[in-house]
Design a protein around this ligand. Structure first.
Ligand SMILES: C[S@@+](CC[C@H](N)C(=O)[O-])C[C@H]1O[C@@H](n2cnc3c(N)ncnc32)[C@H](O)[C@@H]1O
Length: 283
């Protein structure tokens, strides 16, 4: 949703922009194209691989790449002598690179160890959650973060199997879930559980709330915030955040309804179909 992102952020020559989820730098590259010689883009990501690949691909003195969580964006920006930004972009979730890299253990097709850490230096992994959390905690996570109404059935199967031997790989877990709730339709029965585990491992909703607050603090008056989310849990947080601040005259809501990707983008990249883009301007 690059075109729509540019419309919301409205980058200008000499502006300072924060791409708080730089990934492979697609959006940063678009911003760099609009900010002239004196502008700057600070690209943040908690994934070392993504940063290394972007650093190799985009060699540009106007782009500063920093490892970290976007909840820490103020500290990261202050360390670069930046106190205010003209625009902040949050393009949430995991990248295709992370999902397709089977070693990272995000996908139920991966024969590798359950992992799902965006930041590989973090301690907590999906293996720890699946093998270490109590039955009650697992049910809560699957219900809250996966909106999985069959949570109890799935978790009972997990507990039954892990009492015999630890559940080590993504495919092992996917098979346990398939056996517990059966396979119907096109969507893999483990989809919701995997989403829930990923959100728990990376504390994604907590990060999002803190990241939104930090974005508003760092934006100058008139600065723009653009958020692209990929599932309803994230979008709900963003929607309420903007609505509440708009009511309090802290921001102006830039779109009545979120933007969805154009048909040609969905055709080229089917995983973009659930994307929703929202925008706000700081008052
Ligand atoms: C959807 S991808 C972004 C793709 C990027 N816009 C591009 O053009 O390539 C999301 C990225 O955000 C990163 N990410 C997710 N949550 C994060 C957080 N709390 N702090 C920093 N990076 C995060 C992920 O590691 C991933 O690389």
């Amino acid at each position: 949703m690059g075109r729509e992102m540019l419309e919301i952020i409205s980058p200008v020559e000499g502006g300072i922009y924060v791409d708080a989820t730089v990934g492979l730098g697609g959006h940063s590259e678009m911003l760099l194209g609009k900010i002239g010689q004196t502008g700057k883009v600070v690209g943040i990501d908690r994934d070392d691989n993504a940063l290394a690949r972007t650093a190799e691909r985009l060699v540009d003195s106007r782009l500063i790449l920093k490892k970290g969580s976007f909840s820490d964006m103020e500290t990261i920006l202050h360390s670069q002598g930046i106190d205010v930004a003209d625009g902040v972009l949050l393009d949430l979730g995991v990248s295709m690179m992370q999902l397709k890299d089977l070693d990272r253990g995000f996908s139920f097709n991966s024969k590798e160890r359950l992992d799902m850490r965006m930041d590989s230096s973090q301690e907590l992994s999906a293996w720890d959650v699946v093998n270490g959390y109590s039955e009650r905690e697992l049910v809560r996570i699957l219900k809250e973060y996966g909106e999985e109404y069959r949570a109890v059935k799935i978790v009972r199967s997990i507990i039954h199997d892990r009492n015999k031997k630890s559940i080590d790989t993504c495919t092992e877990l996917a098979e346990i879930i398939s056996r517990a709730i059966g396979r119907t339709g096109k969507v893999h029965p483990a989809t919701k559980t995997f989403q829930a585990l990923r959100i728990e491992v990376n504390k994604e909703l907590d990060e999002l709330k803190k990241g939104l607050d930090a974005s508003l603090r760092i934006l100058r008056i008139g600065g723009r915030l653009c958020v692209i989310s990929y599932h309803s849990l994230e979008d709900r947080v963003v929607k309420h955040f903007i609505k509440e601040r708009a009511k309090a005259d802290i921001v102006k809501q830039l779109l009545k309804k979120p933007l969805a990707p154009a048909i040609d983008e969905i055709r080229a990249n089917p995983s973009s179909r659930s994307a929703k883009l929202r925008g706000a301007e700081k008052l």
